[in-house]
Design a protein around this ligand. Structure first.
Ligand SMILES: *[C@@H]1O[C@H](CO)[C@@H](O)[C@H](O)[C@H]1NC(C)=O
Ligand SMILES: *[C@@H]1O[C@H](CO)[C@@H](O)[C@H](O)[C@H]1NC(C)=O
Ligand SMILES: *[C@@H]1O[C@H](CO)[C@@H](O)[C@H](O)[C@H]1NC(C)=O
Ligand SMILES: *[C@@H]1O[C@H](CO)[C@@H](O)[C@H](O)[C@H]1NC(C)=O
Ligand SMILES: *[C@@H]1O[C@H](CO)[C@@H](O)[C@H](O)[C@H]1NC(C)=O
Ligand SMILES: *[C@@H]1O[C@H](CO)[C@@H](O)[C@H](O)[C@H]1NC(C)=O
Ligand SMILES: *[C@@H]1O[C@H](CO)[C@@H](O)[C@H](O)[C@H]1NC(C)=O
Length: 504
């Protein structure tokens, strides 16, 4: 009798403990950080000088971390390159690097700062997490010595990694991720030999992490969601906006929706490099976002999210479009380049219509109604099915409705930030050969449209209400990862040259 009562009591209290310690929702924070850049990035400085610069950035991050914690945030993400910037050589980066151990060592740097050598940045991040009882996500550089016993060891005898670290609310190192898909000009870093799939569990869901350019590729990004079923992605980035399809808030929110995960994107704030655009995105809709080309200030965003977001129904991305009878637009079609890729376009000359444009295996179908057809603005429906080979090599299928930069059709696909044409409705679909399609809606002045559109299970991206602002683009950005292959087409292109070409 007593025993069974006791057992019941124990069972109940265990239940209660479980309930109390697992949260249905949590508060996420991301900080868009106006990074303090070193004056010299090509000549090596002393370790002391490097630390001075990193501490100036950590002072700013500390302000954001303490403020986020005071407002109840459980976790805060800070940007890639947010502690020392970019544009280094291997040698000039070296004084900024620390040896970052595998989290399995079970280490709280704040309590035990000398356990793995001189690690002042990890010590400070760990103390910020511990003292404020908040998970802190940051991006720093890892160094790992190697020698001739490893045939791939670089000539300078070390690997250098672009690395995300996560410290839990007790200051413990719980995740370390080495960036896989390095961007142009990141010659100061090595990529790991195999993609690293890094996850960790909390009382507010399971987390995966990757960095910036990784988002365009299958590993580890897609694997984290489809095989490891994480609830939330942590995404430090130093993202240069590229219109019409790859501005930060536009593409990152689309990835969250397309993959059905929470997504915490923290970007650098550096408008002269077109770096701005951070956000907290749930699968159904953005919860908070920030885009600011006008000021030099950083910005803290907070929002509540579900710990285990509701996974949307599986979408058949070809179902609706393949049921539409395609009328050939014949000689009214034209070709134009969008971010180096040649799209097939059709001009939307009417105030309303149903049109189809095809390229290779992809046919894109659009139903739309504008509030009025303005004489001073041109919109086009475009399709692209091919391998993009410029700053990286990745196979795309894209259906897009976009505003042309001017009324000259040769400007369709050029970067444009404002529009005046309002739409009453749109519905876009395509005969995609992939399940990985990212739905984008971008309004005039680089604004998102939370709650104003949806994706149906038969693969239509459609407006729920007339969009709240003039439309820049409505796009289904599809990736065919299995058709990716290494490209040597443009290996001479540097980040600087790319920036110059985009800057005009
Ligand atoms: C760069 O140099 C200027 C002028 O000497 C100085 O005011 C500034 O603090 C330096 N910045 C850094 C990050 O050292
Ligand atoms: C990198 O540094 C070099 C030399 O200081 C400078 O000319 C170049 O503009 C810098 N590039 C970027 C992208 O900041
Ligand atoms: C070379 O590297 C391996 C693996 O890191 C290590 O075990 C070995 O001691 C090193 N050898 C020398 C001569 O430093
Ligand atoms: C997180 O929890 C899940 C489910 O309980 C488990 O399968 C997974 O291995 C855990 N991941 C880590 C990194 O502990
Ligand atoms: C998607 O829809 C198309 C056209 O209705 C159909 O042929 C195909 O089998 C569907 N795909 C899946 C995975 O259900
Ligand atoms: C476009 O198609 C829809 C649905 O098939 C139809 O209701 C609508 O009348 C069509 N609009 C035009 C302008 O043809
Ligand atoms: C690399 O370039 C060569 C010469 O231009 C070309 O023949 C080859 O197909 C290219 N390889 C890839 C993978 O694009």
């Amino acid at each position: 009798m007593i025993t069974s009562q006791l057992l019941a009591y124990v069972a109940i209290s265990v239940l209660c403990v479980c309930k109390a310690s697992s949260l249905d929702t949590f508060i996420a924070a991301v900080y868009e950080h106006a990074v303090v850049l070193p004056n010299a990035t090509l000549t090596p400085v002393s370790q002391e000088e490097a630390l001075l610069l990193m501490n100036r950035n950590l002072d700013l991050l500390e302000g954001a971390i303490t403020s986020a914690a005071k407002q109840g945030a459980h976790i805060i993400v800070t940007p890639e390159d947010g502690i020392y910037g970019w544009n280094f050589s291997r040698d000039s980066l070296y004084p900024y690097l620390e040896d970052i151990p595998d989290p399995q060592v079970n280490w709280i740097p704040c309590n035990n700062p000398n356990r793995f050598g001189h690690t002042p940045v990890q010590d400070r991040l760990s103390c910020l997490a511990k003292d404020n009882s908040i998970y802190v996500v940051a991006n720093i550089g890892d160094k790992k010595p190697c020698n001739a016993s490893d045939p791939q060891c670089p000539p300078d005898g070390r690997y250098q990694y672009n690395t995300d670290v996560v410290f839990d609310s007790e200051g413990k190192l719980v995740a370390r991720y080495h960036k896989q898909n390095l961007f142009l000009g990141e010659d100061q870093f090595n990529a790991p030999k195999e993609p690293e799939v890094v996850t960790f569990n909390t009382t507010f869901g399971s987390f995966g992490i990757f960095t910036c350019f990784d988002i365009l590729f299958h590993d580890p990004a897609v694997t984290l969601v489809t095989d490891f079923h994480v609830d939330t992605i942590l995404f430090p980035t130093a993202w240069m906006n590229v219109l019409p399809h790859l501005s930060a808030i536009e593409f990152h929110s689309a990835w969250a929706m397309g993959m059905g995960v929470n997504f915490l994107a923290s970007n650098i704030h550096y408008p002269s490099n077109r770096m701005t655009g951070s956000g907290i995105y749930a699968p159904d809709s953005p919860r908070a976002f920030h885009y600011d080309m006008k000021t030099e200030e950083g910005k803290l965003l907070l929002s509540q999210l579900d710990s285990h977001p509701h996974r949307p129904a599986v979408v058949n991305w070809t179902s609706y479009a393949s049921s539409v009878e395609a009328l050939s637009m014949g000689n009214q079609e034209f070709k134009n380049t969008v971010f180096f890729d040649e799209f097939t376009f059709f001009e939307l000359t009417e105030v309303t219509g149903n049109y189809t444009v095809c390229q290779k295996d992809l046919c894109c179908h659009l139903s739309y109604k504008m509030s009025e057809k303005r004489a001073d603005e041109v919109y086009a429906l475009g399709a692209f099915d091919g391998l993009h080979t410029v700053e990286g090599s990745y196979y795309l299928q894209v259906c897009t409705l976009l505003k042309c930069k001017t009324t000259d059709l040769h400007t369709c696909g050029d970067s444009v930030e404002t529009a005046s044409t309002r739409f009453d409705m749109f519905s876009l679909s395509g005969t995609f050969g992939t399940q990985h399609v990212f739905p984008e809606v971008l309004l005039s002045e680089i604004q998102l449209a939370p709650g104003e559109f949806q994706v149906s299970s038969d693969g239509r991206l459609f407006s729920l209400t007339p969009p709240s602002g003039p439309v820049l683009t409505v796009t289904l950005y599809g990736r065919l990862y299995e058709k990716d292959r290494a490209s040597n087409a443009s290996s001479h292109l540097t980040a600087q040259a790319l920036g110059d070409r985009l800057g005009d």
